[in-house]
Design a protein around this ligand. Structure first.
Ligand code: NDP
Length: 257
C-alpha cells in the first residue's frame, strides 16, 4: 500500500491568528492537505479575506472573530468551531503580538508587560485548555502546537515581556506533552526566526536592520508564512504519532550562524 500519512482528509485544524502571516501559511497548508480549518482573529475584514482564499482549497473553512486574551470569548469561539466542524485534531495557538513600545526594560510599564502576556501566553493557555478538554473527551488524540520564537532562547533586549511569553509557551507545551501522552494528545512548539509578516514589517523594511541581519541568515532571505506549512502538516499527520514535546526551529539557519 502507498505511504500517505500526510493526507489530512477528515481532520480539523484550528489556527489562531490564521488570517495572515505564519498562521495563514499553516492554515493554507493543512487545508491543502485535506483538513477542514477554523481561523480566529480580531480583525473581521482580515478574517473574511483569508477565509475566501482558504475556501479555494475546497475544504470547509470557518473564520471567527475572537480575542484570544478573553477567556470567555475563547470558550465561546471553541464551541462555535466544534459546532461548525464537528471535531478538532490540530490546535495551533499562533496568535501573537510583538513587544514594541519599551525603550528599555528599566522603563517597561506593567501595563505593556501584561498586554503582551495577555495575548501571547494567556491566549495560548485558554486555547490549549479548550482543545485539550475536547481531545481528551472525544478520544482519538490530536496535537497542540504553539508558535513560540527564537526570542525564547536567545537574548532579546527590550523584549523581556515578549521573550517571557515565548519561553513560557515552550515550557507549557513540554508539560502538556507529558500530561496528555496517555490520551495520544501530542504537544510541540515552533520557533520561527525572522519571518516577513505584518509583525516584522517595520524591521524587514528598515535598511540598517536589513543590512545587519541578512548576512546572518545562511538562506539569505526572510522567512515567509508558507515556510511553516510543512511542519504543520507533519505535526497533524499520522507520521508524527510517536513524536511529542519537541521544539522546531525554522529560521533559515539564523540561530546556527
Ligand atoms: P502577524 O502580525 O502577521 O499575525 C498575527 C496574527 O495574530 C494575526 O492573524 C492577528 O489577527 C492575530 N492576533 C493578534 N492578536 C490577537 C488576539 N488578541 N486574538 C486573536 N488573534 C490575534 O504576525 P506573525 O504571523 O509574524 O506572527 C504569528 C506568530 O508568530 C506570533 O505568535 C509571533 O509572536 C510569532 N513569531 C513571529 C516571528 C516573525 O518574525 N514574524 C518570529 C517569531 C515568532 P488580528 O489582527 O485579526 O487579531
Amino acid at each position: 500500500m502507498a505511504y500517505r500519512p500526510f493526507d489530512l482528509t477528515g481532520k480539523v485544524a484550528l489556527v489562531t491568528g490564521g488570517n495572515r502571516g505564519i498562521g495563514f501559511g499553516i492554515a493554507q497548508a493543512v487545508a491543502e492537505a485535506g483538513a477542514d480549518v477554523a481561523i480566529w482573529g480580531t480583525n473581521a475584514a482580515k478574517n473574511a479575506e483569508a477565509k475566501a482564499e482558504l475556501a479555494k482549497t475546497g475544504r470547509k473553512v470557518v473564520a471567527l472573530q475572537c480575542d484570544v486574551g478573553d477567556e470567555a470569548a475563547v470558550d465561546a469561539a471553541f464551541a462555535r468551531t466544534l459546532e461548525a466542524l464537528g471535531r478538532m485534531d490540530g490546535c495551533f495557538a499562533n496568535a501573537g503580538i510583538g513587544g514594541g513600545g519599551a525603550k528599555s526594560f528599566l522603563e517597561m510599564s506593567s501595563e505593556l508587560w501584561h498586554r503582551v502576556l495577555r495575548v501571547n501566553l494567556d491566549g495560548a493557555f485558554y486555547t490549549f485548555r479548550a482543545a485539550a478538554r475536547h481531545m481528551v473527551e472525544r478520544g482519538g488524540g490530536g496535537v497542540l502546537v504553539g508558535t513560540a520564537s527564537l526570542a525564547a532562547v536567545e537574548g532579546s533586549p527590550r523584549s523581556e515581556h515578549y521573550a517571557a511569553t515565548k519561553g513560557g509557551l515552550i515550557s507549557m507545551v513540554r508539560s502538556l506533552a507529558v500530561e496528555f501522552a496517555r490520551h495520544n494528545v501530542r504537544a510541540h512548539a515552533i520557533l520561527p526566526g525572522w519571518i516577513e509578516t505584518d509583525m516584522t514589517h517595520r524591521l524587514t523594511t528598515n535598511e540598517t536592520f536589513h543590512s545587519k541581519v541578512m548576512p546572518r541568515i545562511p538562506m539569505r532571505r526572510w522567512g515567509k508564512g508558507d515556510d511553516f506549512g510543512g511542519i504543520a502538516v507533519y505535526l497533524m499527520s499520522s507520521a508524527a504519532r510517536y513524536h511529542t514535546g519537541d521544539t522546531f526551529v525554522i529560521d533559515g539557519g539564523y540561530s546556527l550562524f
